[in-house]
Design a binder for this molecule. Structure first.
Ligand code: FAD
Ligand code: UQ1
Length: 450
């Protein structure tokens, strides 16, 4: 397809100019609806790489600053997903269809959508290259490319997903398989894994375990189930306050946790999972399963690995307080693709977006950035179909709680917030640039308290 019609914009002036040049047969009704850019520009004041949580949020904020016509987003996917709800989709508590919307519908009106993949970054020339051969230059660059799922690093995957009894909440392709495996469970081992790499939402691999246990109880299958969490880590959660609460739940509900076990192979035809023991190199353990939930290994997107904007591990190398690139002052990073030393979540992206907005404003005026990101992140730890422990913490792994009650307790109110309020907040406020995290609520609710 010609790049002329792969670029979508809602600028009316462009649409009319474009219609004059293109025959009606070249413009589909859908494109007419969203608007079609006749010729994408090849230079933007602000170029955003990735149209996920961080990319859309920052594009909206940048549009307010420099005008829609000066902002573009490079994003190949037709659908935009609210991934946090996949935990509940995997447990059958929400529909997958509720998690996605057309990317065209979340691109801020007037902002150019370049429907392509970035294949090369050249920050020394202020340029990127896309997979359709386009070179785009920019004055300011925001990198929001997310984290890559590496299922293929596990022997037997992804092809093993063609078999039953195995699912993964981390991908739109496999999340409904988790729910199917739960429903099909009869008796045996239900195994949940956590890989030996950085991940997004580090609580999600165990949330589905608690939900599965609740489902087995509800359906009278609990006594037939041996529930096992095999994690490559040495702890259940990185923040002591919440780790203690989770340990108590694990004890009460008779769940087995094996530390330092890393999934390396799935023999889906035999319903076997092979783990390496990270404390005893060369030693492996084979578990048979009746249900397997896989959290895949993850890494920085391939396009960043070895790129000039990345650190040695492939993450965008930014200042942890301002989110400005350490070497290229007109380059910024947000979200899962950065080396910010905090837990990768949409909640963190929300807080980062408020800071990055301020950082870029000052850079544009040749001023020094002032606003500092404290590492705020949040993980609503779903512990059953109506309970959540709301973990919120900072760079020091210290609790940074919004509400004036003990958030390490399981609560219905926090479940309702996770399941209903958060999706609403995400689509209507965060993506529209009006949600920079709950710091202001925390300040109000904690007025007069230490
Ligand atoms: P993403 O939103 O993943 O966006 C990255 C974008 O970059 C994608 O649209 C992708 O298509 C695009 N892209 C990739 N490569 C290229 C390329 N080469 N060129 C152009 N575009 C490219 N967070 C919470 O706050 N709370 C939760 O409860 C929670 N639960 C979760 C549960 C699950 C199962 C999962 C999977 C995630 C969960 N998260 C949660 C994490 C949250 O979804 C992510 O941290 C958040 O989406 C990160 O935003 P991002 O913009 O960095 O990346
Ligand atoms: C949050 O800001 C956010 O981003 C929209 C989430 O992502 C889905 C969250 O899960 C949470 C918990 C927050 C924090 C918000 C409040 C009100 C504590």
């Amino acid at each position: 397809m010609s790049p002329l019609v792969t670029v979508v914009s809602s600028s009316r002036a462009r649409l009319f100019a474009c219609l004059l040049k293109l025959g009606p047969q070249q413009v589909s009704p859908r494109q007419l609806h969203t608007g079609v850019s006749c010729a994408a520009k090849d230079h933007y004041e602000v170029l955003v790489l990735g149209g996920g949580s961080g990319g859309i949020t920052m594009a909206t904020r940048m549009k307010r600053k420099v005008g829609a016509e000066n902002v573009a987003i490079v994003e190949p996917s037709e659908r935009h997903f609210y991934q946090p709800i996949w935990t509940l989709v995997g447990a059958g508590a929400k529909q997958l269809s509720s998690s996605g919307r057309a990317t065209a519908s979340v691109i801020p009106p007037g902002v150019e959508w370049i429907r392509a993949r970035v294949v090369e970054l050249n920050p020394d020339k202020n340029r990127v290259r896309t997979d359709n051969g386009k070179e785009i230059s920019y004055k300011y660059l925001i990198i929001a490319l997310g984290i890559q799922l590496d299922y293929e690093k596990i022997k037997g995957l992804p092809e093993g997903f063609a078999y039953p009894k195995i699912g993964s909440n981390y991908s739109v392709r496999t999340v409904e398989k988790t729910w199917k495996a739960l429903q099909d469970f009869k008796e045996g081992n239900a195994i949940f894994t956590f890989p030996n790499t950085p991940v997004k939402c580090a609580g999600a691999p165990q949330k589905i375990m608690y939900l599965s246990e609740a489902y087995f109880r509800k359906t009278g299958k609990r006594s037939n189930a041996n529930i096992i969490f095999n994690t490559a880590l040495g702890t259940i959660f990185g923040v002591k306050k919440y780790a203690n609460a989770l340990q108590e739940i694990i004890r009460e509900r008779n769940l087995t946790v094996n530390y330092k076990l890393n999934l390396i192979e799935v023999r889906a035809d035999k319903q076997e999972a092979v783990f390496e023991n990270l404390d005893k190199p060369g030693e492996t353990q084979v578990f048979s399963y009746e249900m397997l939930h896989v959290t895949p290994p993850m890494s920085s997107p391939d396009v960043l690995k070895g790129s000039p904007v990345a650190d040695a591990a492939g993450w965008v190398d930014v200042d942890k307080e301002t989110l400005q690139h350490k070497k290229y002052p007109n380059v910024f990073g947000i979200g899962d693709c950065t080396n910010l030393p905090t837990s990768r979540t949409a909640a963190a992206v929300a807080a980062q977006s408020g800071v990055l907005d301020k950082t870029i404003s000052r850079i544009m005026k040749n001023q020094t950035p002032m606003k500092k990101y404290d590492g705020y992140t949040s993980c609503p730890l779903v512990t059953s179909y109506n309970r959540v422990i709301l973990a919120e913490f900072d760079y020091e792994a210290q609790p940074l709680e919004t509400f004036p009650f003990d958030q390490s307790k399981e609560r219905l109110s926090m479940y309702l917030m996770k399941a209903n309020l958060m999706p609403f907040l995400y689509w209507n406020f965060m993506l529209r640039g009006h949600w920079g995290g709950p710091a202001f609520i925390r300040k109000v609710l904690h007025l007069g308290m230490s």
